[in-house]
Ligand binder design. Structure first.
Ligand code: DAH
Length: 349
């Protein structure tokens, strides 16, 4: 093959292979493919030119051109593969991971200190056979006050600065944000007959100025037990058991006469300070005692109103604030810290 056509094929071969070798990336490769092997490409051009040649030449050049086509296609595939490997190893080199570097820390959430305290408190009651139930936060005046023997205009209403909800339901009295969890007592007595043993956790709201030991929202647990033969001794034993479980087996409890319209007798409950055991320290503000809440024997009139025979059944009730317990447990000096959601505070628990 010494003809011009044969030379053209040989030239085309070396030109194509050189261009392929020089192609730095896939885009150039694609362009190369179009240029040499495409329908209007250079190799096709050679094949088209065959028509003008003699039969012998046509055979020889045709065979050579077809062989070149196969060769170039194989070379194209090889170069493609080569470039692919090159870019992978470049990426690997570039994005090398240093496995000796420390890992990113896993951030774990945790329960709010008030929730933690509440759960421990409820668990203590549960272990004594109390069921945990809940009541609504938006309450009827009837449950929050009247059914608890606090009629409208009764001076005892001054004990609770109330956040009223401008809303009337069922043509009954206006609604409010419950000022304590005690309304749950009435709701439970409406639906259950004695024996009753329940603990009711929940939020209560008061319209009052905040300070280190007061918030307008607080978490309470209401306790109610009704059965034959229950006395103040059972009440004291129950509360003492719970406090000893939470704050240590040495704890003592103090009941001081107090007035709540829904109990008779009523008492303020305090526990001897678990830091100084009653001697007086910063935790208990020098008094030796920590206020826990109110308690008493369910007023017989309430039992009767709820259809419970007060000559047969007696009951005790208590209401305790969880934030104050949490303050004591964790040594938090200001109740307001709990709800400012400052992570620097909350992360400590
Ligand atoms: N509900 C009262 C309050 O928040 C606390 C209380 C006192 C609850 C005496 C009781 C109780 O169950 O018997 O001020």
């Amino acid at each position: 093959m010494t003809t011009a056509a044969a030379t053209a094929v040989t030239q085309l071969r070396s030109e194509a292979l050189a261009a392929l070798e020089a192609a730095p990336d896939q885009r150039t490769l694609d362009a190369w493919r179009v240029e040499y092997l495409g329908r209007k490409g250079k190799l096709t051009g050679v094949l088209r030119g065959l028509a003008e040649l003699s039969i012998d030449e046509r055979k020889a050049i045709g065979a050579a051109a077809n062989a070149l086509k196969i060769e170039l296609e194989a070379a194209y595939d090889a170069r493609t593969e080569e470039l692919r490997h090159k870019s992978i190893s470049e990426a690997l080199e570039h994005g090398k991971i240093d496995i000796t570097l420390p890992a990113h820390p896993h951030r774990r959430g945790r329960l709010h200190p008030v929730t933690q305290t509440l759960r421990e408190f409820l668990e203590a009651f549960r272990s004594m056979g109390f069921s945990i139930v809940e009541g609504p936060e938006v309450e009827l005046d009837y449950y929050n006050f009247e059914a608890l023997r606090i009629p409208p205009d009764h001076p005892a209403r001054d004990m609770w600065d109330t956040l009223w909800v401008d809303y009337e339901k069922d043509g009954r009295r206006p609604m409010l944000l419950r000022t304590h969890t005690s309304p749950a007592q009435i709701r439970i007595m409406e639906e259950h007959k004695p024996p009753i043993r329940v603990a009711v956790p929940g939020r209560a709201y008061r319209f009052e100025a905040t300070d280190t030991t007061h918030e307008w929202m607080m978490t309470q647990v209401e306790v109610l037990a009704i059965d034959e033969g229950l006395s103040l001794a059972h009440m004291k034993g129950t509360l003492l058991g719970v406090m000893r479980r939470l704050f240590g087996s040495e704890r003592r409890i103090r009941l001081q006469c107090s007035y709540f319209p829904f109990v008779e007798p009523g008492a303020e409950v305090a526990m001897d300070c678990f830091v100084c055991s009653g001697a007086g320290c910063a935790t208990c503000h020098g008094s030796g005692w920590i206020e826990m809440g109110g308690a008493g024997m369910v007023h017989p009139e309430i039992l009767e109103n709820m259809g419970i025979d007060s000559s047969r059944y007696t009951g005790f009730a208590a209401g305790m604030g969880i934030e104050r317990l949490a303050m004591q447990l964790y040594g938090v000096p200001d109740m307001r810290y709990f709800y400012q959601n400052d992570l620097r505070v909350l992360q400590q628990f």
